[in-house]
Structures are given as structure tokens and as C-alpha cells.
Design a binder for this molecule. Structure first.
Ligand SMILES: Nc1ncnc2c1ncn2[C@@H]1O[C@H](COP(=O)(O)OP(=O)(O)O)[C@@H](O)[C@H]1O
Ligand SMILES: [Mg+2]
Length: 266
């Protein structure tokens, strides 16, 4: 059985650049690392695969991974949504709910780079990435909500950006359903656009150029599904409420929203 792997590293998502440890939300017991552990590192006898804002991911075997939260979040909620959208044909890793716990999600081990990695490595163009993200959003929003009585409400991912898509041999698969809720699809589209725009307006980031290109393609492909009025303000407010954002990232939000509006109107 898994020997309680705990890898308390800083967040490495170069896309949304948030850090749960920077926000004091880490709760690992091992010494903190300032840099990501190398791929293939073994922690408690288990292979460490990757980490993002809220979780560490370990290979249990060739077929399954364990995603263990570093924050207070209920993996069972996310697991139920993944099972539901997967049953509607949406590309998510297969989940093994019976093997999970409140903080641990056991799911299918996927092969392939994240969309962000593929962009950085030149294996995917920014235009293709933006179009793919838009199609994944549209497809998700075709699925009926599970609980909401509001007819227009849908399942929302609310963190669909290039570091949360794995490019597998059978197509893009969406991971990291930690923020999922039900609500207006415009909120989901707005949040993806705002996250990309935050990277695009960050003059200190080497990813600003590609992020802008991905955003341009996303905006074009989403068309009217990307509202630029009140829904965009709500998306920005949701992003601003993310406790993991640094003050600098929060300060970029107004410019990010302005960029989305400018691209949407052009
Ligand atoms: N099902 C999976 N198969 C293989 N690798 C995965 C899987 N899920 C996540 N990963 C790896 O773990 C990383 C972090 O996962 P993610 O769910 O995005 O966590 P976080 O909430 O911390 O961002 C991913 O970028 C990816 O490298
Ligand atoms: Mg993630």
C-alpha cells in the first residue's frame, strides 16, 4: 500500500503562476523544496510524476496515479464530476472512486505532455492550443448540469488552461477538476480567457507572447460564448478571490480583463 508520499514543493505551474505554498496553504511534513523535484524522483517508494497548485501526483503503477491534495479540498466531489462527464463522453482520466479517500483521487495514468509543455517545446502551435481549449470548453458545456434547476447551467471546470490539458495519443484530456462547479458557461469561458490574459500581460514572463497568441485563438474560436460584459467581470472576481494569487498577479487582473475585452471587440 502507498506509504503516504508527501512532497512539499513549491508550485511549478508556469502558466497561472500561483503558489499554494507562497499563500501559506502547504501542509506537507517533508522539508520544503524551492525547485521541483526531478521527474522520476521516488518519494516513500512511489514515483513522483508532477505537481501543480494544489496537489502532488504519484504513479501507483503503470496504469494508475494518485493525486493527493496539499490543501483542504474534497477529492470525492471532484471524482463524482469526473465520473459524470466521462460517462457523457468527455475526455477525462478514468477515475477509481472506490480506491480514493477525502484527499486522494486515484485515476488512470495518462501518457503525453501537458499542452503547456507542448507549446514550450514547439510541438503544438499557439493557434492550435487556443482552438483546442475553446473546443474543450464548448464540449463540456454541451453536457447537462447534474443538480442545477436553472436550464442554462452547465458543469464548469473553472481552471481550463494549458497546464490542465494532457495531450495523449488519443487526444487532449482535461485534468485538475478541483474548482468545478455548476453555473453559466460564460463564466468558464471568461475564466480561461482571464487566466491566459494574465500571462499575456505579464511583461516579466517569457510566456507572455505565446499566451497572447493562445488567447487570440481562444477568443476567435469561442465567439459569442465568451461574454465581455458582466460575466467577464464575474470571472475576474472569481480569479481575484483565488488566495493563491500573488499581489503582483492580482495587480495584473485589470489589464488582463481589458485585453480580453479589446480582443473580443476587435
Ligand atoms: N492522470 C494523470 N496521468 C499522468 N500525469 C498526471 C495525471 N494527472 C496529473 N498528472 C501530472 O500531475 C501534474 C499536476 O496535476 P494537476 O491535477 O493539474 O494538479 P494541481 O491541482 O496541483 O495543478 C500535471 O501537470 C501532470 O504532469
Ligand atoms: Mg493543475
Amino acid at each position: 500500500m502507498l506509504a503516504s508520499p508527501r512532497c512539499s514543493r513549491r508550485r511549478a505551474c508556469r502558466w497561472c503562476r500561483t503558489s499554494s505554498y507562497a499563500a501559506g496553504r502547504g501542509r506537507g511534513t517533508a522539508p520544503r523544496r524551492d525547485t521541483p523535484p526531478p521527474a522520476g524522483l521516488y518519494v516513500g517508494g512511489v514515483e513522483f510524476l508532477g505537481a501543480g497548485r494544489s496537489a502532488d501526483v504519484y504513479a501507483l503503477d503503470g496504469e494508475r496515479v494518485l493525486r493527493r491534495y496539499r490543501i483542504d479540498a474534497d477529492a470525492r466531489r471532484e471524482s463524482a464530476v469526473m465520473v459524470y462527464v466521462g460517462a457523457h463522453g468527455y475526455p477525462v482520466p478514468r477515475v477509481y472512486p472506490e480506491e480514493g479517500t477525502a484527499t486522494d483521487l486515484v485515476m488512470e495514468r495518462l501518457a503525453g505532455p501537458t499542452m503547456l509543455r507542448a507549446l514550450v517545446d514547439g510541438e503544438m502551435t499557439a493557434e492550435e492550443a487556443g482552438r483546442t481549449l475553446a473546443r474543450l470548453l464548448r464540449r463540456l458545456h454541451d453536457i447537462p448540469a447534474r443538480f442545477s434547476a436553472e436550464p442554462a447551467d452547465r458543469i464548469l471546470h473553472l481552471d481550463l488552461h494549458p497546464d490542465n490539458v494532457l495531450l495523449t495519443p488519443s487526444g487532449p484530456v482535461v485534468i485538475d477538476w478541483c474548482n468545478t462547479q455548476e453555473g453559466s458557461p460564460a463564466l468558464d469561458c471568461g475564466l480561461s480567457a482571464v487566466i491566459l490574459a494574465q500571462a499575456a500581460v505579464d511583461g516579466e514572463s517569457g510566456l507572455a507572447g505565446p499566451a497572447r497568441q493562445v488567447l487570440v485563438a481562444l477568443v476567435a474560436e469561442l465567439g459569442d460564448a465568451l461574454a465581455h460584459g458582466e460575466a467577464l467581470d464575474r470571472a475576474a472576481a472569481l480569479r481575484a478571490a483565488d488566495r493563491a494569487l500573488t499581489p503582483r498577479e492580482t495587480a495584473l487582473l485589470d489589464d488582463a480583463v481589458a485585453l480580453v475585452r479589446a480582443l473580443r471587440r476587435s
